[in-house]
Design a protein around this ligand. Structure first.
Ligand code: MN
Length: 240
């Protein structure tokens, strides 16, 4: 099914409510969108869309104290909790036949992987070519080592949140996945967009425009060191 913008009634709301209760109430009513914890950790923020009666029933659930604002519908296909970790991510810098960075995201117990020749960027104007490669085990996330002309360092790591309007892993299957990284170097929203399928699917890795975006920056040059050991890939290769 194409990810088209759907007509419908949509609201954003801030309310004092329990996150799990809002999730259950939204799903009961067939409302789509998301809920996340507010910055004060007392309130929740809700994006709800769908049939007007269903959204209004959710507004009634949120209570008369809720601050509600009508917004354009976005075409969500799920009601999800935002701001929660979906698991680990790692970026390993890899000296092999060709130098590249491997971006890996934990999905259903394995690390989905993309080889990114130029590495990730925090500049939203930069689209980085990425080739999907075989899944890796989670045990490999902490691997660092090598010698001669080959080696791997843990260039960045942390947790990530799944985003977008489509549930994962379907979002990856459909070739458009949005996620938020909480790494030491990479932070904020990113998108992976598939441009070509086949045996070695081709994607673009793009930083989203948010508070963590840094136009004009070159994070792989600024921060070449391993977040595990502090050594650069050059240090590691030179040491052998
Ligand atoms: Mn690799």
């Amino acid at each position: 099914m194409p990810a088209s913008r759907k007509p419908g009634f949509a609201i954003r709301a801030a309310a004092c409510a329990d996150l799990g209760a809002v999730l259950a109430a939204a799903r009961d009513r067939g409302v789509l969108g998301w809920v996340r914890e507010g910055a004060d950790r007392q309130s929740v923020l809700v994006h709800a869309e769908g049939k007007r009666e269903a959204v209004q029933a959710l507004i009634a659930f949120l209570g008369s104290e809720a601050q509600v604002q009508e917004v354009p519908a976005e075409g969500h296909e799920q009601f999800a909790v935002r701001g929660v970790s979906a698991g680990e991510f790692v970026v390993q810098e890899h000296a092999a036949t060709a130098h590249h960075f491997d971006l890996r995201l934990e999905v259903d117990g394995v690390m989905r992987s993309w080889a990114v020749p130029k590495g990730p960027s925090l500049d939203p104007g930069v689209k980085r070519f990425a080739v999907q490669v075989e899944d890796h085990s989670m045990e490999h996330n902490s691997y660092e080592g090598g010698g001669g002309t080959r080696g791997v360092i843990v260039w960045d790591r942390g947790t990530y949140e799944q985003g977008g309007r489509v549930p994962w892993p379907e979002a990856l299957d459909r070739g458009h996945a949005v996620f938020v990284l909480h790494g030491e170097k990479l932070r904020g929203g990113f998108a992976l967009q598939r441009t070509r399928g086949g045996d070695k699917p081709q994607w673009l890795l793009i930083k989203r425009r948010d508070d963590d975006a840094r136009p004009g920056s070159d994070i792989t040059a600024e921060r070449p060191e391993s977040v595990a050991s502090g050594q650069t890939l050059q240090d590691l290769l030179g040491a052998s």
